[in-house]
Ligand binder design. Structure first.
Ligand code: ADP
Length: 493
């Protein structure tokens, strides 16, 4: 009997999960690690914390399952995307901490790129808009600011990797230097049409091509971990960025399939098949997971504040004592009584793109209750996702009739029913909510022949919960009209 191991190296914690052939979880282990904030707007991770937690959770998950590394058929890695590391090719020693995707230290340089007219060129090649979020300007920052780094890079002594690449390199003791299409497509250096690193962009960001890893499909035999780590070598057969992993874990493998993850923020991804859709609404075009051949294109949009509005109700307003309580409170009233909460705490993203907008509560009367405000906050998440879905429908010229959902806040039954109602489409939540880890496990298992096909995997999936729309069209349009008015009131211009 063999098993599949998924490693999920996320932004706040690292997790390992062991899956059986039936798709059942045999064991798991998780470790949180430090967030380092050296200055306002800067976010770093320690490379030692990332590797330490990786080795620890894998070892612990094996022990808990009473297994050894020899029982693992293959491992799949999924990871926080865009986070950047540069290390020495000989010693493996990073030249500085990892610069995390959330870090804004290169925002000014990105503004300059926009002003100087590079947006279109970058978008046409990479599907991305110039932003500090993506890896390219983070690498440039390291080469420009860490003493001696540029000279060493030019002598071919330094390597760049996103977190997947760093983990692969370390666990193989430098034998594997690779990434996959999904991670490469978030660097702003990878041409998503030619599927190659782009020399013109490398020149623009002043990055030597000798620093870059090989790029493979997500399902691929990457190599083996060194026996020193887990007792015997473990084959690595899957590498995939977290959002694309969740898309694959939800089995959104056909054109038009869409998933939304309700975490701290929300991430909406649509598989657009062979079509690289050009967005007119500020969504980005990126690459999906594949097992050999060419990857599908994916249209992606995000909402900055999703489940975070629930944390705000709990930790700042203190009107609920747990996230779960938001649901009972919301269900204790028949409606929000005309109250709208627009959670634009850090501005509005797609399709508005207004960085100056701020959170607003509108429609309060003398009779407004605490429960109505809580309900309106949950509804606010659903409205934001609805705006994003509509932008995606316009861009892709497709109607979305089924939304696969996952993430922490998707446990909220009220929110899921309201989402289905306001979108007038089914929301479908899988029984096994670990879709991010599942995607990497499926890819690794399919690649090494542990599972024979996606059909076999589909037959494994436990029952999903389906939320069907129940609201009248009249009510839906009335509520959406109120939301649009509320959004207008958050905007400064
Ligand atoms: P992340 O991966 O971004 O850390 P998770 O998928 O773990 O996020 O989801 C955590 C988020 O989900 C938090 O913002 C939390 O407030 C929210 N959340 C968790 N449970 C519920 C619930 N029952 N109702 C509403 N929101 C919830």
């Amino acid at each position: 009997m063999k098993y599949i191991l998924a490693l999920d190296q996320g932004t706040t914690s690292t997790r390992a999960i062991v899956f059986a052939k039936s798709g059942e979880i045999i064991s798991s282990a998780q470790q949180e690690f430090r967030q380092i904030y050296p200055k306002a707007g800067w976010v770093e991770h320690s490379p030692q914390d990332i590797m330490g937690s990786t080795v620890a959770v894998i070892s612990e998950a094996l022990v808990r399952a009473n297994l050894t590394a020899a029982d693992i058929a293959a491992m799949g890695i999924t990871n926080q995307r865009e986070t950047t590391l540069v290390w020495d090719k000989k010693t493996g020693k990073p030249v500085c901490n990892a610069i995390v995707w959330q870090c804004r230290r290169t925002a000014d340089f990105c503004e300059r790129l926009k002003r100087e007219g590079f947006s279109e060129k970058i978008y046409n090649k990479t599907g991305l808009v110039p932003d500090a979020y993506f890896s390219a300007t983070k690498i440039k920052w390291i080469l420009d600011n860490v003493e001696g780094a540029r000279e060493r890079a030019e002598r071919g002594e330094l390597l760049f990797g996103t977190i997947d690449t760093f983990i692969l390199w370390q666990l193989s003791k430098g034998r594997i230097f690779a990434t996959d299409y999904t991670n490469a497509s978030r660097t702003m250096l990878f041409n998503i049409h030619t599927l190659k690193w782009d020399n013109e962009l490398l020149r623009l960001f002043d990055i030597p091509s000798s620093m870059l890893p090989e790029v493979h499909p997500s399902g691929h035999i990457y190599g083996e971990t060194d026996a020193a780590f887990f007792g015997s070598p473990v084959p690595v057969c899957g590498v995939v960025g977290d959002q694309q992993s969740a898309l694959f874990g939800q089995l959104c493998t056909r054109e038009g399939d869409v998933k939304n993850t309700y975490g701290t923020g929300c991430f909406l991804l649509m598989n657009t098949g062979r079509r690289a859709v050009k967005s007119r609404n500020g969504l980005v075009t990126t690459l999906g997971a594949c097992l050999g051949g060419k990857p599908d294109y994916v249209l992606e949009g995000s909402v900055f504040v999703g489940g975070a509005v629930v944390q705000w109700l709990r930790d700042e307003l203190k009107v609920i004592s747990s996230s779960e309580e938001s649901e009972t409170q919301a269900l204790s009233v028949k409606d929000s009584g005309g109250v709208y909460v627009v959670p634009a705490f850090t501005g509005l993203g797609a399709p508005y793109w207004d960085a100056e907008a701020r959170g607003t509560i509108v429609g309060i009367t003398r009779g407004t209750s605490r429960a109505q405000i809580i309900r309106a906050a949950l509804e606010g998440i659903a409205y934001e996702v609805c705006d994003l879905v509509q932008a995606m429908e316009k861009d892709a010229e497709m109607n979305i009739t089924r939304l696969a959902v996952d993430g922490g806040a998707s446990k909220n039954e009220f929110l899921m029913q309201f989402q289905a109602d306001i979108l007038n489409c089914e929301a479908v939540r899988p029984e096994l909510a670990e879709t991010t880890a599942l995607g990497a496990a499926y890819l690794a298992g399919l690649c090494c022949g542990f599972w024979s096909s996606t059909e076999e995997i589909k037959s494994l999936s436990a029952q999903s919960k389906i939320y069907s729309p129940k609201m009248t069209e009249r009510k839906r349009l009335e509520l959406l009209d109120g939301w649009r008015k509320a959004v207008r009131q958050t905007r400064q211009n």
